[in-house]
Design a protein around this ligand. Structure first.
Ligand SMILES: [Zn+2]
Ligand SMILES: [Zn+2]
Length: 345
């Protein structure tokens, strides 16, 4: 079978690799659609500690069961399915506490290689994090299950359903209008929260407006833009740029008692500096979000399957496997949000 490998930063090879055969509890999927993600772009540009190089990559996908291993009860050949690329062990101390996203063994089950013709899903993923795709959902939309699960997890941490001083008039300011910023926008709008978006690229700001942002502005207008939108500061400030200076300034945009979600990861070991005054006297909550729990994946599945969110405007184009490098070149220039990579057009 054909599979894309990240050979070195900036170099993608199309390789011929052996077709795996599903063991006990495993599923072999024929991939119908996979999506590029910010993590893949980072790995393509400078390497990534969770994506070994040289090696296969791509982790957002949907497909059709090509072969089910012994003991698989939920699925059979020909089923259209959507899945994520990890599942917790359910046995480690963190799993025992219900902190499944922090499972000590979560990366053992991880599968990479969605940019290819087939992918083998291990037993744990088949049991916990694989679902039948409704016919009404396209394979491309179904491949959003993984990134949406990450965002659903972060939103759960923000606890939008908790006591909300702003009531229906809750406001959020999102920094960054890449795939993760825009998925936050879709989810917040679905909850009725008013959203402002701050981003660098005009085309992405326009898209945020189309997706329901009430106001949008470039970073140099952030203060003025926010003061008109939420004079006290936003109830939620959501950092989706992965830039140190944005992490450091994010608390300045929250209202007293506001919550700041630091979603975009920084380079390993990056120190960040916040002024303690606002965090202390204004009781700001700084929080971060990593990965997702099976419960988040279920919620994300229900949102997609029930068509509660329309993720299709986030798809900027489609490329065949052998053309995938074009998609990454575009992304590295800030062009487009997510690209579909598939074996056949
Ligand atoms: Zn991803
Ligand atoms: Zn565990």
């Amino acid at each position: 079978m054909k599979q894309l490998w990240l050979a070195a930063p900036g170099r993608i090879d199309l390789r011929e690799v052996p077709l795996p055969s599903p063991g006990n509890g495993e599923l072999l999927l024929k991939i119908k659609a996979s999506l590029t993600c910010g993590t893949d772009l980072k790995a393509y540009l400078r390497g990534h500690n969770l994506i070994p190089m040289p090696g296969p990559f791509g982790h957002e996908f949907s497909g059709v069961v090509a072969k089910a291993g012994k003991g698989v009860k939920k699925f059979r050949e020909g089923d259209e399915v959507m899945a994520v690329h990890t599942a917790p062990c359910l046995k480690c101390p963190y799993c025992k506490k219900g902190l499944y996203n922090l499972c000590m063994n979560i990366m053992d089950s991880k599968v990479l290689g969605a940019f290819g013709q087939y992918i083998l899903l291990p037993r744990r993923i088949v049991l916990l994090n694989t679902f039948k795709k409704p016919k009404t959902l396209s394979f491309e939309e179904a491949a959003f299950l993984e990134p949406l699960s990450c965002v659903v997890h972060g939103m759960g941490r923000l606890d939008l359903n908790g006591p909300a001083p702003g009531g229906k008039d809750e406001t959020a300011l999102i920094f960054g209008a890449g795939p993760i910023g825009l998925l936050h926008l879709l989810l917040l709008r679905a909850r009725g929260v008013r959203v402002a978006v701050c981003a660098l690229e005009s085309s992405r700001l326009k898209l945020s407006k189309q997706l329901g942002a009430e106001v949008f502005f470039k970073p140099e207008q952030a203060r003025e833009g926010l003061s008109r939108f939420a004079p006290l500061g936003a109830d939620y400030v959501i950092e989706c740029t992965g830039r140190k200076e944005v992490w450091e300034s994010a608390p300045e945009y929250a209202r007293r008692g506001g919550k700041i979600m630091l979603f975009g990861g920084l380079k390993k070991g990056s120190p960040v500096v916040f002024s303690s005054d606002r965090i202390h006297y204004d009781e700001l909550a700084l929080m971060a979000s990593f990965h997702f729990c099976p419960e988040d994946v279920k919620k994300a599945y229900r949102l997609l399957a029930g068509r509660k969110l329309d993720v299709s405007p986030l798809i900027s184009g489609k490329y065949r496997l052998q053309e995938a490098e074009k998609a990454f070149k575009k992304l590295s220039l800030g062009k487009g949000i997510k690209y579909v990579i598939k074996d056949q057009k």
